[in-house]
Write a protein that binds this ligand. Structure first.
Ligand SMILES: [Fe+2]
Length: 457
């Protein structure tokens, strides 16, 4: 089954399968030729998703299965009741639910062979120069309007936990299928839905959308959370570059999938609380190849996404891995996904490294860009997407008031949207109740600026 946006149907296309709505209503049969009239009628749904499937039963059983999986997943939970205190997770967040260590070992063995074969047969095809739009920030609009109804803190936490839970469940199916049946049989459709959803959110809430990656509490060493957070940033960066929807989707998919292979890296190795020796480093450095193997099992995955996944730790000076590619050989999607993935990882808690401050992590990437190790245009896109004083961090304003960064305005990375904080009675800083939002990109606030970052929220 394949999901497609109603507005993307074009005249002349011959449907290979029937076209259905999410509730299983049949719109067109297999073999139907799309005319302008039909596209107009069906396309009125705009960004609503429709499904190419063999039968209505396939659509309904797909959603029944997914809702059952969500209900069983420990972190795929509904939004908490207002005022509810989030419970600590009592499950191990790193284990893929229901998969034994033997199943992981089996999948690892399979991934080794599959990735070697793919790199041998596909690497030259992926190294072709690509005719995609440049990795530069698009000219910002003069006025940015945000939609109404953005998440509050509880909703944000619940949304992130639910999406990470969906990624975890899906990854479990991909890995178990890889180990048992040699992969294949799954499609790119489900992750594509998450990416399309993020593209919509980024379009509607261009300034605040980065909160979905940066203003949520992250769990140490949780591959599913890392994949979703990187995906949020990858989608935002591609949107800031002004890429068309199809390429935004590719950027989101590459950012989502590039660390999928980390679940095949032995967990004991991922959780070592010391610097790794050379052998251990080599073990971790297999993960882009294993991500490639897992991604390659998904029917419909574009070649560019596979290149982005495999090459996301390559460096422009040849010092990266796994292939040691240089300069133009590194695909644009890999440059973008690598920056999104690096940033999402460095601001989250890790066993072997303390969590970096948001401002410091961005500075590190700017330094790597200046040293021509990574693409400075991709770093500029990240800075535009999250702000030079990144979303989720804390700053002191030139008025002396502390504030929390809640948004970044396109084209104005040094003029964030902030929420003012004030001293609590116990001497701690807390959010001022009843508002306190200041848009530093507003010309009427020209006299006010961020003086310095103070700490991360
Ligand atoms: Fe990675």
């Amino acid at each position: 089954m394949i999901a497609i946006e109603a507005g993307q149907l074009r005249p002349g296309r011959v449907l290979s399968k029937g076209l259905y709505t999410r509730d299983g209503r049949k719109l067109l049969g297999p073999g139907a030729v799309l005319t302008e009239e039909v596209c107009r009628a069906v396309g009125a749904g705009g960004k609503d998703l429709l499904y190419l499937a063999s039968s209505a039963g396939e659509v309904s059983s797909h959603f029944r299965q997914r809702s059952g999986e969500r209900a069983r997943q420990p972190t795929g939970r509904a939004a908490p009741a207002p005022g509810a205190v989030p419970r600590a997770r009592d499950e191990d967040p790193c284990e893929l639910p229901g998969l034994s260590s033997e199943a992981i070992s089996e999948a690892r063995r399979w991934a080794r062979g599959r990735s070697d074969e793919l790199i041998r047969s596909g690497a030259s095809r992926w190294l072709r120069p690509d005719a995609r739009p440049p990795l530069t920030p698009a000219r910002p609009r003069a006025v940015w309007r945000e939609g109404v109804g953005w998440f509050d803190a509880d909703e944000l936490r619940a949304f992130f936990a639910e999406r990470a839970g969906m990624v975890r469940g899906w990854l479990t199916r991909v890995v178990s299928r890889a180990g048992e049946a040699g992969g294949d049989g799954l499609t790119i459709e489900e992750p594509l839905e998450w990416v399309i959803e993020l593209g919509r959110l980024a379009g509607r809430y261009p300034r605040r959308c980065a909160q979905l990656a940066l203003a949520v509490e992250r769990t140490e060493d949780d591959p599913a959370e890392q994949m979703y957070a990187a995906c949020v940033l990858g989608v935002l960066m591609a949107c800031r570059a002004g890429w068309p929807a199809s390429l935004v989707s590719e950027a989101g998919l590459a950012s989502l999938l590039c660390d999928a292979g980390m679940v095949l890296v032995p967990r004991a190795l991922r959780r070592l609380r010391r610097s790794l020796d050379d052998t251990e480093i080599n073990g971790v450095r297999r993960h882009p190849s294993w991500s490639l193997a897992l991604a390659s099992t998904l029917a419909g995955v574009p070649d560019g996404v596979l290149a982005g996944v495999l090459q996301h730790h390559e460096r422009l000076d040849g010092s990266g891995y796994p292939l040691g590619l240089r300069g133009a050989a590194v695909h644009d999607l890999a440059r973008l996904a690598g920056v999104a993935n690096d940033y999402a990882a460095s601001v989250s808690p890790r066993a072997y490294k303390p969590r970096a401050r948001a401002f410091t992590a961005l500075g590190g990437l700017i330094g790597l860009g200046a040293a021509k190790k990574i693409d400075r245009r991709a770093v500029a896109l990240l800075a535009d997407a999250v702000g030079l004083f990144p979303v989720g961090s804390r700053v002191r304003l030139s008025s002396g008031v502390p504030a929390s960064v809640v948004g970044s305005t396109p084209g104005r990375p040094d003029r964030p949207l902030v929420r003012v904080m004030m001293e609590g009675e116990d001497g701690t800083e807390r959010f001022r109740t009843g508002g306190g939002l200041i848009d530093l990109a507003d010309p009427s606030r020209a006299g006010l600026r961020v003086e310095k970052p103070v700490e991360d929220g």
